[in-house]
Design a protein around this ligand. Sequence first.
Ligand code: PMP
Length: 397
Amino acid sequence: METIAQRVRNLAEPEILLMAQRSRDLKAKGLDVISLSIGEPDFDTPQHIKDAAIQAINDNYSHYPPIPGYQDLRKAISDKLLRENGLTYAPSQIVISTGAKQALFNAMFAVVDHGDEVIIPSPFWATYMDIVTLCEGKSVIVRTSIDQSFKITPEQLEKAITPKTKLLMLNSPSNPTGAVYSAEELEKLADIIRKHPQIKVISDEIYELISFSGKPVSIASFPGMLERTIIINGVSKGYAMTGWRIGFTAAPVDIAEACVKIQGQLTSAASSIAQRAALAAYEGPLDESIKMCEAFKRRRDIVVDIVKDIPGLKFFVPEGAFYLFPDVSYYFGKSDGKTTIKDATELTMYLLEHALIATVTGVAFGEPNCLRISFATSDENLKKGLTRMKEALAKLK
Ligand code: PMP
């Protein structure tokens, strides 16, 4: 009998870890490795949010919070959803969790039964698939292409639906592609979803505040969709608060209640202090978030400006989040005289060793022709790192 349970053995080995290890090894040798693999803002949490946490400690927020989160925070999020997104979710439909990741886990665990199908457009954030595996569901991967800006089309969605489909996973703005679905695109997807009453949508909106061409639209805004959309969001990316671990679910009442039941056994509740900080984030001004978004947009432009002159790279200009996801397949089969590049994973290793930049292979996101470049680092690092990338790629013939 195996010690480790089958559902855990079924989890994929994270592609990203090998790269992280090699990158640490090179840094330990004193080499100037620039990390373009970071999945979090490189800014500090705004001061008024930090002050609220300090205040909470002094006010003795040291007891178990209610399982779904403090009522005033749930109310502040319900107000935010109405004010900024035009969505009506009552405070009782909001569950505060330990990061958007736990919110996502709760939601999937609440609705996915053994054998249920979850449609995941690829490229995707790998955690989606792993959570489906933990829930003993089946991920149905729908591969999208760069020519469709990596967004699932209504035709692709329709074709992927079976009587076993329980969920559609959407992520806009997207990690890793930076794609943002337009209102028209979402409306067409909603038209299909409405025809299949058993299907719910999980809409991961964690990059909402990092959007370069206006506020992203939620699929929950279309007629009949509020009742079947589970929104996942939180403070991690938009307020530079990844370490505080606060995310939330906004869901139909029965699903929100199921999430509370699950959370009651997993964590009891999210950290009291971090919840008070999140309250300050949702009730406070957005100025700092707007500034961070402007910085990401400026860096996006820096990245695009350099990468557009690299032969063979195919990409579209990201509209949100902080990643560029170029197709690098032009370099497959090319060699610098010593190494012949077989795939994107080998190319990331080549770039680590010859350009001293850490990127992430697209395999980690279900797209083996691409790699992910994060621009959550300084303008200077970006210019230096990408210039080195250009030089190293030029040696591949
Ligand atoms: N969704 C996506 C698409 C993400 O990229 C991340 C973080 N990498 C999360 C959710 C999880 O966010 P959190 O840190 O709040 O758990």
